[in-house]
Design a protein around this ligand. Structure first.
Ligand SMILES: C[S@@+](CC[C@H](N)C(=O)[O-])C[C@H]1O[C@@H](n2cnc3c(N)ncnc32)[C@H](O)[C@@H]1O
Length: 233
């Protein structure tokens, strides 16, 4: 992750406003609030079905000890992926505003090397902690299926550039998969995030990229010959 660049987050006005808005979520019962929370992996697969280049479960059955990240999520979804495929990750991290796991969930996660990082993605500190947990290891799968949680994430050029380029940095070059639910594509266009044009640029960088504008589903797959950086919006 390009940490110095991420410092911009602390000074960007729209990010500061949203960061304040998430404070009203402090202490809420996440399980009751969100509807989708700790969803089964099949539910993610259904959201990304039109952009996935591989069968996700098969992809994992072939991995020895993958590194997995699920942004804006409870650990339940990664645990379900592990249980479905029989894999034990080298490390898996879910990032959510709070850690509200039960004792039973914490024990099950500990057996599978799954961690819940409680933190706001609008705080630079959360990205720094994520980076420290990975300690230079690259991710085989990075997912974000935030659903309602996207109201807390700015659909701005600055944030998309920071987040996408930062996540690209920690994605493994050996067919690592990045699955992202985006904001509404038309709304994004108004802020200068033209995903359709950007995808055309990304294709020129040796990257497999699929966008389903209707489903707001974006997939990038990194290969050994892919560019080190992604184009900017
Ligand atoms: C709808 S829920 C989770 C959806 C989950 N991915 C699923 O499919 O089951 C939204 C999640 O986003 C998290 N969230 C919302 N705003 C966030 C932020 N600014 N930083 C980190 N996590 C955030 C919430 O804590 C919650 O875990």
């Amino acid at each position: 992750m390009n940490l110095p660049e991420a410092e911009i987050m602390s000074v960007t006005e729209d990010i500061a406003k949203l960061r304040n808005a998430t404070k009203s979520f402090d202490g809420i019962n996440e399980r009751n609030r969100w509807g989708f929370y700790g969803s089964e992996i099949e539910s993610y697969i259904s959201s990304f079905s039109t952009v996935l280049p591989v069968d996700l479960l098969e992809f994992f059955r072939e991995k020895q000890s993958p590194v997995i990240i699920d942004l804006m999520a409870h650990t339940g979804s990664i645990r379900n992926l592990c249980n479905r495929t029989g894999i034990v990750p080298k490390i898996a991290v879910s990032v959510s505003l709070q850690d509200q796991r039960t004792k039973g969930e914490k024990d099950a996660d500990a057996n599978l090397n799954i961690y819940q990082l409680a933190g706001n993605l609008l705080n630079f500190e959360t990205w720094r902690k994520l980076s420290a947990m990975l300690s230079e290891q690259k991710a085989d799968l990075i997912m974000e299926r935030a659903v309602l949680g996207l109201i807390h994430i700015p659909g701005s050029k600055k944030f998309y550039n920071l987040a996408l380029r930062g996540l690209w940095n920690i994605l493994d070059e050996n067919e690592g998969l990045l699955l992202l639910q985006t904001h509404n594509i038309q709304q994004l266009q108004k802020t200068g995030v033209n995903l359709i044009n950007w995808v055309k640029e990304v294709e020129k960088c040796g990257v497999t990229v699929n966008l389903d504008a209707k489903k707001r589903a974006l997939m990038l797959q990194k290969h050994p010959n892919s560019s080190i950086d992604l184009p900017k919006f």
